[in-house]
Design a protein around this ligand. Structure first.
Ligand SMILES: NC(=O)c1ccc[n+]([C@@H]2O[C@H](COP(=O)([O-])OP(=O)(O)OC[C@H]3O[C@@H](n4cnc5c(N)ncnc54)[C@H](OP(=O)(O)O)[C@@H]3O)[C@@H](O)[C@H]2O)c1
Length: 326
């Protein structure tokens, strides 16, 4: 097998494409022949030692991938050789093979495309947990999605639409805004040009969005929060822009609004039954065509550095895949 090995977490430059002995699965594990892996923002942070989870060295980055089970460890009964699966975690995906904890491996329903499966659970799981569970989004409400053309943002646009909401998508270029409209957004705001405050007033008749989904943080967060509707819910998803916003608390008081934290990885760990229900619902929505990952590019697994550069420079629209197939 081959894998991108990180011996020194100082950035993508330090990773090496390395031949390794193909591992046998330990008890409770399966070995997966990796079909595709998707790039998630935390993958950028992990190789720089900046993510909240710091894997022991050496490690193979890649938090989400799909493939086929090709060996089964002792004690695993719900998976068999040849099963088409997807898995999420922190490491292992940027490789040709990986041994993973069987409990974290999801068998795929018939008809679920293996490329889509590599780009699904992380982003759709996060956005479903955020909008449906944490924000209790209701049909007819208005949702503002910041960073809407990115991985979790594009999933949030589709999930909010599937839940019957009206979606305002904010993104930093005309091309990204056009992409968001293709995803189903009702209104777009080009944050590189438009005044967010004025645009939100115009798009909501002055009422403001009921729910704000924010994976970006940075300078737009306070402007967005000031515009939130009465009883609004502001979903704290992430800080792709870098700075962690600090808000005056009186803004929450004035709108009777909630600041709602979302930590999907911890939700999966603490509430495994609820997580399985969520994934089951999302698989159902996929089968009905209500959600489908928008694939930005498929790059060969060897082109990992190019993939990191594309995400780091805000060019990705939807999900970027690293594939082991032609
Ligand atoms: N809370 C959770 O459980 C959870 C789960 C998954 C991901 N996340 C977090 O969600 C965030 C987004 O993840 P993702 O995988 O969707 O990433 P992504 O695909 O790269 O999207 C991030 C978006 O943020 C915007 N952005 C603004 N400033 C940026 C900058 N300096 N660098 C990069 N992007 C910038 C970009 O949109 P514009 O160009 O349109 O501004 C970009 O499309 C990350 O912070 C990640 O850690 C949180």
């Amino acid at each position: 097998m081959h894998a991108w090995l990180c011996n020194n977490p100082v950035g993508i430059e330090a990773l090496r494409w390395t031949e390794l002995p193909t591992p046998e699965p330990a008890p409770g594990q399966v070995r997966v022949a990796i079909h595709a892996a998707s790039l998630n923002f935390p993958d950028l942070l992990t190789v720089q030692n900046k993510y909240q989870v710091k894997p022991p060295l050496p490690f193979v980055p890649g938090s989400e991938f799909s493939g086929t089970v090709e060996a089964v460890g002792a004690g695993v009964s719900h998976l068999g050789i040849g099963d088409r699966v997807a898995t999420i975690g922190v490491t292992g995906g940027f490789a040709t093979h990986a041994c993973v904890d069987a409990a974290m491996v999801m068998p795929l329903p018939p008809g679920f495309d293996l490329d889509d499966a590599a780009a699904f659970a992380f982003t759709y799981g996060t956005s479903h947990h955020a909008l449906v569970d944490r924000a209790a989004l209701r049909p007819g409400e208005t949702v503002l999605v910041l960073g809407a053309a990115g991985g979790v943002g594009s999933a949030a646009v589709q999930i909010a639409k599937a839940a019957g909401a009206r979606v305002i998508a904010a993104a930093s270029s005309d091309e990204k805004c056009a992409f968001c409209r293709q995803l189903g957004a009702d209104v777009t705001i080009q944050t590189g040009r438009d005044n967010l405050r004025d645009a939100l007033k115009a798009a909501t008749d002055g009422k403001g969005p009921d729910v704000i989904y924010d994976p970006v943080g940075g300078e737009l967060a306070e402007t967005a929060f000031r515009a939130i509707a009465w009883r609004g819910r502001y979903l704290v998803i992430g800080f792709a822009a870098g700075p962690i916003p600090a808000l005056p608390w009186n803004l929450a008081l004035l709108k009777g609004a909630s600041i709602v934290g979302v930590f999907w990885g911890e939700f999966v760990r603490r509430e495994p039954m609820a997580f399985r229900q969520t994934i089951g619902e999302l698989f159902g929505w996929y089968a009905l065509g209500k959600v489908k990952p928008a694939i930005d590019q498929r790059l060969p697994m060897r082109a990992l550095a190019g993939a990191y550069a594309r995400m780091g420079s805000r060019q990705v629209r939807g999900k970027l895949l690293l594939v082991n197939h032609p």
